[in-house]
Ligand binder design. Structure first.
Ligand code: ZN
Length: 272
């Protein structure tokens, strides 16, 4: 088993974009939306060592207005965002999970948010604004994963299946074992373009230690104002089947984000 796991790690190392996740000792653990990027902690740091100093965009986000309903400015000064409130629309509430794969050919229009990472174009400006506003508050948000295409997920999944089969499993067994660690192609929320993994330069590990950072505290307080939710809360693992991920944020629109946070729901519960 050790050898097999080591093989799996090597595959992940080769394909990794940024995140790391230690291999669960117990195979029955919930999966991770980011587990397709299993690498060692050391590798994680290497990958993210040198983020460019400058933010991709510091300018005011006039372009974000074009995606917002035309509404008079709000008198509400409690929110730091100047985005107009939006109505929650279907595209914001796409559900991608183990039971709900995305439709074949689901491919969002993309725009870069930071360091080459891209998000759904209607969300990208909002993410960029959130990053800039955090920066103004003295908090550095570092995107370490965002959109990931079906093809990369498929490749990673199939490589793992191959590794298990080389270790003597049948194809069916190999798929079952792989699915415990790696989201099946089409079921990763990163394929929606609406999700991003966010860390901070001084703490880039994808683990619960991120909770102790200013970045996490800022996100906990403000992400909802921009329409983002903490997608995989610690107390919803039984529903999401994904381990707690304090770094994974998902855009659902301001209305839904507020409701989800206030009512203490996860997206699955909100949509049911
Ligand atoms: Zn993620």
């Amino acid at each position: 088993m050790k050898k097999k796991i080591a093989g799996l790690i090597l595959i992940m190392l080769a394909l990794n974009a940024c995140s790391f996740r230690s291999i669960p000792q117990e195979q029955e653990l919930p999966t991770s939306s980011d587990s397709e990027f299993i690498v060692s902690q050391g590798e994680e740091k290497q990958e993210l060592q040198s983020p460019p100093e400058s933010e991709p965009e510091e300018a005011p986000f006039s372009s974000s207005q074009e995606n917002q309903p035309v509404q008079p400015p709000e008198a509400d000064s409690s929110s730091e965002t100047d985005l107009a409130p939006e109505t929650t629309e279907d595209w914001m509430l796409v559900l991608a999970n183990f039971e709900n794969p995305l439709p074949d050919g689901y491919e969002p229009e993309l725009k870069e948010v930071q360091n080459g990472y891209k998000m759904e174009e209607r969300v990208a400006d909002i993410m960029i604004e959130m990053i800039a506003d955090a920066k103004a508050d003295g908090v550095d948000l570092l995107v370490c994963s965002a959109y990931r295409p079906y093809s990369s997920q498929e490749r990673i999944f199939n490589n793992s299946v191959d590794a298990y089969m080389n270790g003597g499993k049948s194809y069916e067994q190999a798929v079952v074992e792989t699915a415990k660690l790696i989201a099946k192609p089409g079921t990763s929320e990163h394929q929606t373009g609406l999700a991003a993994d966010i860390v901070t330069p001084s703490y880039q590990n994808l683990d619960s230690g991120f909770e102790q950072t200013k970045a996490f505290q800022w996100l906990s307080e403000h992400a909802v104002e921009y329409g983002f939710i903490l997608r995989y809360p610690a107390d919803k693992v039984e529903i999401t089947k994904i381990d707690y991920e304090p770094w994974h944020y998902r855009y659902v629109g301001q209305q839904a984000a507020k409701a989800i946070k206030e009512q203490g729901l996860c997206l699955e519960e909100y949509l049911s």
